[in-house]
Design a protein around this ligand. Structure first.
Ligand SMILES: [Zn+2]
Length: 356
């Protein structure tokens, strides 16, 4: 009896032990599972925070106005409206800060910096220049017309026609413009000026050079570069198109036709006698040679008619120049703009009168 009891209690202990082991194993299993779940959660949250940190895209600022804003002295002024959008933060226009001040009553050039920072710390900046000036008068904008150059120290100018300008005379003219703070508007600004959308500063001037021959590139371009003044080369692309590939500093390349700088059967330039298809092909080709960005045209021999204008419009040119004398004014015909001819006999004194 005693033995039996002992055997019975031994069995009980054994069962309890087994139950205990099962319980321990269950607890261990449960914990392991839980841990691995937690790890997964951790990984996911880590991935999330990695995504946030990797926002390296800066917001984009858009100013509701020109990059260079030209203002008549004494006019009302407030900073242009600006908006900022960020790839993650969305519209953050309210965070834009503007650095710099404009005094609309004081002639001068003012630099403004618009900046904004997104939540990840990426900064976007945009510059705007505000020119406060006395506006260009009613006489209009002088667009100077040059052709060829010669070096008087090497060659006698007496056998050069009036289209040639002695290079030291040219340098004196450019030096004068630079020292007197002339403003050199872009073609976009000239177009807006003609449209009556913007004003230009009192001393504004545009330099153009017809044909694009070697004497321009070898003698005049170094002078433009020395004074850091932009000039437009109206290139006859079938003759001098290779010059456009040089992309020289301070030279803007525009079209003087591809191959229409030649006389036609009617005794006038071929732009007045060729078929429309041929004219358009020439205009498109010239633009292609210039890199596809040409917007300004100079008529061969200055000759044009309504049809030539139509062809220019159809091929995307925005402005066109003749050789007629005069200044460009608001409201002018954008496809028959006049110029001021500078020639061999132009003295510095008469040059000053022509540009002022
Ligand atoms: Zn020409």
């Amino acid at each position: 009896m005693k033995r039996r009891t002992r055997k019975k209690s031994k069995n009980g202990i054994f069962i309890v032990l087994i139950l205990l082991i099962i319980l321990i194993v269950a607890i261990i299993l449960f914990n392991t599972r839980n841990n691995s779940n937690q790890n997964e959660t951790k990984e996911v949250s880590q991935q999330n925070s990695v995504t946030t940190i990797s926002d390296t895209e800066a917001p984009v600022i858009q100013i509701d106005g020109e990059d260079v804003k030209i203002l008549a002295v004494g006019s009302q002024y407030s900073n242009d409206k600006a908006t900022a959008t960020d790839n993650l933060d969305g519209d953050i226009s309210n965070l834009i800060k503007v650095n710099g001040d404009v005094n609309p009553n004081q002639v001068g050039t003012y630099q403004l910096t618009y900046s904004v920072t997104d939540k990840a710390g990426n900064i976007a900046q945009k510059e705007q220049k505000v020119i406060v000036c006395n506006p260009l008068g009613e006489a209009g904008l002088p667009v100077l017309m040059y052709h060829f150059f010669y070096d008087g120290t090497k060659e006698d100018g007496s056998n050069r026609d009036n289209n040639y300008v002695e290079i030291s005379d040219f340098e004196e003219q450019i030096k004068y413009l630079k020292e007197n703070n002339f403003y050199f508007p872009t073609w976009e600004e000239v177009e807006k000026y003609v449209d009556g959308d913007i004003i230009l500063p009192e001393k504004s001037i545009v330099l153009t050079f017809d044909d694009g021959d070697d004497s321009f590139f070898e003698l005049a371009v170094p002078v433009l570069q020395k004074y850091d003044v932009d000039g437009t080369s109206f290139v006859i692309t079938s003759w001098y198109g290779y010059r456009a590939n040089e992309k020289q500093k301070n030279v803007i390349y525009e079209s003087h036709s591809d191959d229409m700088h030649q006389g036609g059967s009617n005794g006038k330039g071929v732009m007045l006698s060729w078929s429309n298809e041929k004219i358009k092909a020439d205009l498109v080709n010239s633009n292609n040679v210039l890199g596809g960005n040409a917007t300004v045209f100079c008529y061969p021999f200055g000759q044009y008619n309504d049809n030539a204008i139509e062809m220019l419009k159809e091929t995307g040119y925005k402005l066109a120049f003749t050789t007629a004398g005069g200044r460009v004014k608001p409201g002018a015909n954008k496809y028959a703009l006049p110029r001021v001819r500078i020639s061999k006999t132009t003295s510095l004194a008469s040059f000053k009168t022509m540009v002022n």
